[in-house]
Ligand binder design. Sequence first.
Ligand code: GDD
Ligand code: MN
Length: 362
Amino acid sequence: MRANPALSVVIPTYNEAKNLPTLVERVRKSLRDVGHEIIIVDDNSPDGTGELAERLAKKYGNLKVVHRREKKGLASAVVDGLNHATAPVICVMDADLQHPPEKIPALFKEIENGADIAIASRYVAGGGTEEWGWGRKLISRGAELLARLTIPNIHGLKDPLSGFFMFKKEAVGGTELSPVGFKILLEILVKGAYRRVVEVPYVFKERLHGKSTLSFKEHINYLRHLSRLARASGEAGQFLKFCLVGLNGVGVNMGLLWALTEFVGLPYPVSAVFAIESSILSNFTLNELWTFRRRAGPGRSRRVLGFNLACAIGATLNFVVLVTLTELLGLPYLISNAFGIACATLWNYIMSATWVWGYAKV
Ligand code: GDD
Ligand code: MN
C-alpha cells in the first residue's frame, strides 16, 4: 500500500466480475499522476467478483477489498468503504463503467481548486445520459423532483442524486451517514459541513455487462430516506407551518364572507372578493413572518404579487381538479374538492418555497 494516498476511490460491487478488470485498469490509467488507493466493497457476489478483486489486490499494492457477507445495499457499501479510506479526499463511483473513470481527474482538479464537493453531473451543459428509455428517464427525473421538493439545500444543484462524486473527508467528518437508501450524496449534501459544491458534466453510459441491481426495495428505501432527510433538514416542519397558515386562511375567508354579508349587508359575491383577497394577504403575512421568516426587507411587493399570482393559479387548479374528478370519475364533489385542495396546497407551497420566497431558508 502506497503511503498517504491523496485520493481514495470507493467502488461498491455486486456481480461486476465482467466489468471490474476494465474498470480498475481505466481508474489506474486516469490516475497515473495522483497517489491513490482503490477500495472495492463487495457483498459476496455470486459471480465471483470478490475473488477476482482479491487477485487484483495481489497484483496492485494500492487496491483493498472489503468483503461483506451478504447483499446489504449500495449506500451501506459506500459507508463501509468510507470507513476504510485513508486519503483526505474520497471519490465514490459505480463499478459497471456507467461512470467513466476518465472524469476522475476533472473532479479531483475541482477539489484541488477549493471545492469541498465535486459532483459528476448528467444535467449541466455537456453532460447527459446515453440511450435511456423514457421510462428510466421519467423515474430518474421523478426521483429528482421529489428530492428537490423535500430538501431545500439542493435547490440550486442540477444532479444531487448522482452516484459519481468526490468530496473532502473533512467536509463530512463527524456527520453520521445513515446507510439506508442509495443516495449517499444527498445525505452528504443535507448533513455535511461544506461551503463550495461544483458540478462537472459527464455522460452516463449504457451498462456493458450485467444489469442494474437496484431493486424495488431500494426505491421504497429512497422514499424513506427522503422523508428522514426532510425532517432532518427542517423542510417537513416548514411545510407543516405552511399548511397551518393555509388552514387559518380558510378561517379568515369564511369569517369575512359571513360577516361582510350578514352585518355589512354586502351581496355575497362582493363579500367573497374581499374575503378571498384578505385570506391571501393574511396567509402572505404569516408566511412572511413565520413559515419563511423573511421580515420586511427588499422585494416585498414582488413577493406579495408573486404570492397572489401563485394562489390564483392554485385556485384554478383546485377548480379544474374538482370538476374533472366529479364529472369524469363520478366522485362525490366534496371528495373531489379535497383532492383539489391538496393539489392547490402543494402547488402553492412549491411556488412559495422556491419562487416567491426564493430558495427558502429555514
Ligand atoms: N456492495 C454492493 N452491495 N454494491 C452494490 C449493491 C449492493 O447491495 N447494489 C448495487 N451495487 C453496486 C453495483 O455493482 C454498481 O457498481 C453500483 O452499485 C450501482 O448499481 P447499479 O445497479 O448499476 O445502479 P444503477 O445504474 O441503476 O444506478 C446508479 O445510477 C444512478 C443514477 O441514475 C447508481 O449510481 C445510483 O446511485 C445513481 O443515482
Ligand atoms: Mn449502473
